[in-house]
Design a protein around this ligand. Structure first.
Ligand code: PAF
Length: 293
């Protein structure tokens, strides 16, 4: 078979789906034997344009791309949506085929957490900043453990995470640094719908009415940033932002101005760079978002 025919066949077939650790290790070893750079894009599937932007960014930085699809049970509390989290594997694969992803690492829960699994990472620093951790105390332990496993299984040159989960991005950056995992963590800008709503797999839970209300979250962030830039004291601007999303019908978990790197609370704009971060529930759906000031 000619090289062109072979590559057309691979494209038609889509990325190679890998389900066992020995097969993953062999695939990565083959890439490394050819001195190819490798990017990992960790996901829980239900891929949308935001995930595809992560893949496109990975494509610019590395020769080979591995996307992991694993709905990680350890980052969900028993009362959360692990059971109903959208699972769209066939559509995900088709989208990744379009982007010529090389491999999809899709382990089972048994492969990631075999009987007798007894280790959980307890991240500190940005993982205890008093935002997501305050409302989802189990979350970053689960994320740190699964991300450490994914990074150690593949040891990619880079791993790409969305800035939409800003606190998570800081947690995995600290994790790779603190555990000496030789990978560059790359944060990719949030992809938004035309009306400003940050893309998220959980947007699928919104009713038509909630979907129409949801962009109020991003509007409140933008208004708050504008007020801060025009000199409004931080506490006042945050209270106004919070009130605006409550009026729109959200129940607010937090609306915070934090140092963009350390996530420490800040009292004055001059103490920045500043990031505004929000989490709020609209009906049963919890949405998060953030922007720089
Ligand atoms: O952001 C996500 O989709 C998940 O938290 C991650 C990083 C894939 C870990 O399960």
């Amino acid at each position: 078979m000619t090289r062109t025919a072979k590559s057309a066949l691979i494209q038609r077939k889509g990325p190679r789906v890998i389900r066992s650790l020995p097969a993953l290790r062999r695939a990565v070893a083959q890439m490394r034997a050819k001195r190819e750079t490798v990017a990992l894009v960790p996901t829980m599937g239900a891929l949308h344009a935001g995930h595809l932007a992560l893949v496109r960014l990975a494509r610019k930085r590395a020769r080979r791309i591995i996307v992991s699809i694993f709905v990680n049970p350890t980052q969900f509390a028993p009362n959360e949506d692990f059971g109903s989290y959208p699972r769209t594997f066939a559509t995900d694969l088709a989208a990744l085929a379009e982007l010529k992803v090389d491999a999809v690492w899709a382990p089972t829960a048994k492969t990631m957490y075999p009987d007798g699994f007894a280790t959980r990472i307890a991240p500190e620093g940005p993982a205890l900043a008093g935002m997501e951790d305050k409302f989802r105390p189990h979350f970053f332990g689960g994320v740190a453990t699964v991300v450490a496993k994914l990074l150690l299984q593949i040891v990619p040159d880079i791993a790409v995470f969305g800035q939409k989960d800003y606190q998570q991005l800081k947690v995995v950056t600290a994790l790779a640094r603190d555990l000496d995992i030789p990978v560059k963590i790359v944060g990719a800008p949030t992809v938004r719908e035309n009306d400003g709503l940050a893309m998220s797999s959980r947007n699928a839970y919104l009713s038509a009415e909630e979907r129409a209300t949801a962009p109020a979250l991003h509007r409140a962030l933008k208004d708050c940033a504008a007020r801060l830039k025009s000199g409004r004291p931080i506490a006042e601007a945050l209270a106004e932002g919070r009130a605006a999303i409550e009026r729109a019908g959200f129940m607010v978990d937090y609306f915070e101005a934090r140092h963009a790197e350390t996530l420490a609370p800040i009292a004055r704009l001059a103490d920045g760079p500043v990031r505004l971060l929000v989490a709020a529930k609209l009906g049963r759906t919890r949405l998060i978002d953030n922007i720089p000031v």
